[in-house]
Design a protein around this ligand. Structure first.
Ligand SMILES: *[C@@H]1O[C@H](CO)[C@@H](O)[C@H](O)[C@H]1NC(C)=O
Ligand SMILES: *[C@@H]1O[C@H](CO)[C@@H](O)[C@H](O)[C@H]1NC(C)=O
Ligand SMILES: *[C@@H]1O[C@H](CO)[C@@H](O)[C@H](O)[C@H]1NC(C)=O
Length: 392
């Protein structure tokens, strides 16, 4: 029988839509143009998991009676009969012949996989001969992949592409998802998503799909980097801190990538670095306004100023002295009250000075003045401390 096998020659009709016309060339026997197999279209790009219809029509010479028609993915090899795809376990459940025994050879393949990408042929066996449309129909099955830059900086313009390995029909409408939520952002070209001036909120897991199809691309994470913001300072131990205590100032900021460079300013002067600034054995010199600066590769930001109030221990003890002095007015009680008066006045002056600071340059000045005020206070106090009689 192979002696009699028919061969087809494929010709392309150049005008109009490219339809491969398959003509039969008789190697043996009487020449006839009654054998034709036409696949329309001849190339199909299908999305993974979709259902593909391979349109097909055929004719055969009059006088022949159809014995068998089937689809195969094997071309004719010498003496080897191609096998019927509907008997292949990989296809049998998914292949549905929609044609007939006369002229329609349309077939449907459902749930296509990437492995189905192949060339498929229609085979005709009559009582007198065998023929095959050797042009075949080429099936390409594609999945979708999001193509995106891995990392962008806030303000950049970003283009995400939903890639397929073959060109899907123009009618395919792409859908985009961020963190599984459908998006309505502007589409540049059909399969592209344009994020103009990307924001931090645009970071997320992106995937794409084609309208009317189940297949969804794997997600791709888009990272949006930005300079520090929301820089704030936390002081542990709220309320007043007493001299000799320790204080810890913590700086936090929101940035991407995370800021690693933190600096501390007291007034306009840099006093330390690192996320945490600790002061042990705090003295009233440490009172003042503190700011933290957070830096990452995209920029820097300062926190608002926070005020650290250190209560003087000597101030407390001087009050105690004054009270006892008031009880025993015996020895120049008036001078004790006078000292106390000086202490309180200076103390209040200092505190009001701290509160007024706003300009960082003034800050420095005040910090210096504060020091001299404190030593004044110390000198005054030493003269009346009852526990240190040698000083009186
Ligand atoms: C198959 O052919 C029919 C009729 O010619 C046409 O309407 C349909 O669009 C074709 N299918 C494909 C997938 O091209
Ligand atoms: C072939 O049969 C299918 C299914 O019945 C039909 O959709 C298609 O239009 C037919 N094609 C032609 C050319 O008649
Ligand atoms: C932190 O930033 C400052 C200012 O840009 C720079 O001088 C310093 O070297 C940085 N420190 C570290 C540890 O990167």
């Amino acid at each position: 029988m192979s002696y009699n096998t028919m061969y087809f020659i494929m010709m392309w009709v150049r005008t109009g839509p490219p339809l491969p016309l398959v003509f039969l060339l008789m190697i043996h026997g009487v020449s006839s143009d009654d054998w034709t197999v036409r696949y329309s279209p001849s190339h199909i790009c299908a999305l993974k998991d979709s259902t593909v219809t391979m349109n097909c029509t055929y004719t055969y010479p009059t006088g022949h009676r159809i014995k068998e028609v089937f689809w195969t993915k094997e071309s004719v090899k010498d003496g080897v009969e191609p096998s019927d795809l509907s008997e292949d376990p990989e296809y049998s459940q998914r292949l549905q012949y929609l044609g007939d025994q006369q002229q329609n050879c349309t077939v449907r393949l459902s749930h296509v996989t990437l492995k189905d990408s192949h060339k498929y042929y229609f085979r005709i066996i009559t009582n007198k001969d065998k023929a095959m449309g050797i042009a075949g129909v080429t099936l390409a099955v594609t999945d979708l992949q999001v193509e995106s830059p891995e990392r962008v900086t806030e303000g950049d313009s970003v283009r995400l592409t939903c890639k397929s390995s073959c060109t899907l029909t123009d009618r395919a409408t792409f859908i985009w998802y961020r963190n599984s939520q459908p998006l309505t952002e502007r589409r540049d070209r059909n399969n592209e998503l344009l994020l103009q001036s990307v924001r931090r909120e645009d970071a997320g897991r992106y995937s794409c799909a084609v309208h009317g199809h189940h297949h969804i691309s794997p997600t791709v994470y888009l990272d949006v980097t930005y300079s520090p913001r929301s820089v704030s300072v936390w002081i542990t131990g709220s309320g007043e801190i007493v001299e000799g205590d320790s204080a810890t100032l913590r700086c936090s900021s929101d940035s991407n990538p995370p800021a690693l460079n933190f600096s501390w300013f007291k007034g306009g002067t840099i006093v330390g670095s690192g996320r945490i600034y600790s002061i042990s054995k705090i003295s009233s010199d440490d009172s003042g306004e503190y700011k933290c600066r957070s830096i990452n590769e995209h920029g820097e930001k300062y926190s608002d100023a926070v005020t650290l109030n250190v209560m003087s221990v000597r101030w407390f003890s001087s009050v105690a002295v004054a009270v006892s002095a008031g009880v025993g007015v015996l020895l120049g009680g008036a001078s004790g009250a006078f000292v106390m008066y000086i202490c309180l006045t200076k103390r209040m002056k200092r505190r009001s000075a701290v509160k007024e600071i706003s300009d960082p340059t003034e800050d420095t000045y005040t910090a210096l003045e504060l020091k001299s005020t404190t030593s004044d206070l110390y000198d005054t106090l030493t003269t009346v401390d009852p526990r240190r009689p040698e000083d009186s």
